[in-house]
Design a binder for this molecule. Structure first.
Ligand code: ARG
Length: 542
């Protein structure tokens, strides 16, 4: 059985000579971008390998990460009551679902790799597509890596220091997060394969953990027993909706925290071009994955509430550890801490993988200095220099270990990886989980909103466009209304973060006019040259 995460290896082109004949859109499969295997060769066809089940495990594996183990504390702290917290989780889940359903329609109508970048470029022009890539590279990717790293740090510190972890300096766990970022970066510099294998195992583990939490919670509630003997029955007297916040901004912030756990629902859209039957399978994947995730998250939350006193949850990022120690004592908390940090490590690894490809393509296309678009360590072919293999036993061993035997080279976008890790480290240093989650949410939902708005625009502007899958029109409308509410509230609730996002977006505009505007060879334009699909939609580009 091949690794589901192998597909992520196809997310972005790895070669410097993006597809001799055509230009690779961001998200073109690696081999499609290789010299002579360019898009013109129809190699995209060969890579239509994804099936329904592949898509399902891909998206579920990406969505279930750090969030369900860390966000519940933030949601509870902001919203004030367990009942309302559950409502927030349901709303967040449904919002993600409507977003994903809208993206499914877009993915069917525009069956290309690249996700929002392609849809935005088609609806609102190249500038918007560029700005998405720009913000994804500078904010979304490193920001999400930083959040995951921070959670990993907090859980690891918890695992090894125990309950006293609360009292020690937060810099301790930040330090652990930074070490994690460095490790993952190093791993990605020497190999593109090793980590993806690990991830398969981790995904299975995450499922088991989540299921375990739910079952445990229910068992505790029914039997009234924990390791201490008697469970804390506080929840029975829970006033489920007492103290619910009436402040709309608090609801928005709680929603951002919940949405973080559901984030990643757009990820199958990056590889639409590789589905065997995108118009049938993409909607099916989404309408199976989303309800599944929503259900398991709500159940996990119910389990948390059944076991933990509500007040103790508020604001904690390590709810899963509290849960483990409540039910199974110190051993339980240790085991859960290790599981969650391993899960975060895996998420950090795949996130680093895709982020570096994004920065790499951006460099290659001249969005940012071209050094970031070159491959490093032992491979100089790109620069037209001769290739020299390092001969020591260590490098031989590494090559064998990391499976680069065929080329004998470390073939990785080292500079892009370094750029990404520097940005990630910066976010780790300046941010906390709760502030970063809002920051990430504001940036992310700005573009989700615009993309889904684009769906409505396209329905009006191009009613004749072939849409193999159509959602109800209410779906994108609901999504747009709720995300507009979220964005408008963020302005009041977290003005600094919102302003920072605006600055990042605006900073991209001069860069666009400086490096991209008027060029005819850039990624965003070349997307229209994908063979086989020209007839369907390239004429809409003008
Ligand atoms: N939902 C994931 C989590 O709970 C985060 C997803 C990060 N975003 C992404 N596009 N990969 O950790």
């Amino acid at each position: 059985v091949s690794s589901v995460f192998d597909f992520s290896a196809n997310l972005f082109p790895l070669s410097s000579t993006a597809g001799g004949g055509g230009y690779a859109p961001i998200g073109a499969p690696i081999s499609a971008a290789r010299p002579n295997g360019g898009l013109g060769g129809g190699s995209l066809e060969k890579h239509k390998t994804l099936t329904y089940l592949n898509g399902l495990s891909l998206i579920v594996g990406l969505i279930i990460g750090s969030g369900i183990f860390s966000s519940p504390g933030q949601v509870s702290a902001k919203i004030g009551s367990p009942g309302a917290a559950l409502v927030v989780w349901v709303i967040a889940g449904i919002l993600a679902w409507t977003g994903a359903a809208s993206y499914a329609e877009l993915g069917g109508a525009i069956p290309l790799n690249g996700g929002a970048q392609v849809y935005l470029a088609k609806t609102f022009g190249e500038l918007s597509g560029f700005l998405f890539t720009w913000v994804a590279m500078l904010v979304l990717k490193p920001g999400s890596s930083a959040i995951i790293a921070i959670i990993m740090g907090e859980y690891l510190v918890r695992a090894f220091i125990g309950p006293d972890a609360e009292t020690i300096s937060p810099w301790f766990s930040k330090g652990v997060a930074l070490v994690g970022v460095a490790m993952v970066t190093f791993l990605n510099c020497v190999s593109t394969r090793v980590g993806t294998r690990v991830n398969d195992t981790l995904m299975f583990m995450k499922f088991v953990a989540l299921l375990g939490v739910t079952v445990t919670g229910v068992v505790v509630a029914i039997t009234g027993k924990t390791w201490k003997g008697k469970a804390d029955d506080g929840w029975k007297s829970h006033a489920w909706f007492e103290n619910t916040s009436t402040d709309m901004s608090a609801w928005a912030l709680a929603l951002y925290a919940g949405l973080w756990a559901f984030d990643g629902w757009d990820n199958t859209n990056y590889v639409v071009g590789e589905f065997r039957n995108p118009s049938r399978d993409l909607p099916r994947v989404i309408h199976t994955a989303m309800p599944l995730v929503i259900l398991s998250y709500v159940l996990a939350n119910v389990a948390y509430f059944l076991v933990l006193p509500f007040d103790s949850m508020g604001g904690s990022n390590t709810v899963a550890v509290m849960f483990g120690s409540q039910v199974f004592g110190p051993t339980g908390s240790l085991i859960l801490a290790l599981i969650v940090s391993a899960s975060c490590f895996g998420a950090l690894n795949s996130s680093t993988f895709t982020s570096s490809r994004l920065a790499y393509v951006a460099g290659k296309e001249g969005y940012i200095p071209t050094i970031f678009g070159t491959l490093g360590v032992g491979n100089n072919e790109d620069q037209g220099l001769s290739t020299q293999r390092t001969r020591g036993w260590f490098s031989k061993k590494m090559r064998r270990m990391f499976g680069d035997e065929d080329t004998g080279l470390f073939y990785t976008p080292v500079y892009a990886l370094i750029l990404n890790s520097v940005l990630t480290a910066a976010y780790c240093v300046v941010g906390e989980f709760s502030t970063l989650v809002t920051f990430y949410g504001v940036a992310g939902y700005t573009f989700y909103f615009l993309t889904v708005l684009g769906l409505i625009v396209l329905r009006v502007r191009e009613p004749e466009l072939e849409r193999p899958y159509k959602t109800w029109l209410t779906t994108p409308i609901i999504f747009c209304c709720v995300s507009l509410f979220l964005l408008s509230r963020a302005v009041f609730a977290q003005p600094i973060q919102t302003l920072t996002v605006v600055i990042f977006v605006v900073a991209g505009v001069p860069v666009y006019f400086w490096r991209i505007h008027g060029r005819d060879d850039v990624v965003t334009r070349s997307a229209r040259r994908t063979p086989g699909s020209e007839k369907k939609w390239w004429q809409f580009w003008k």
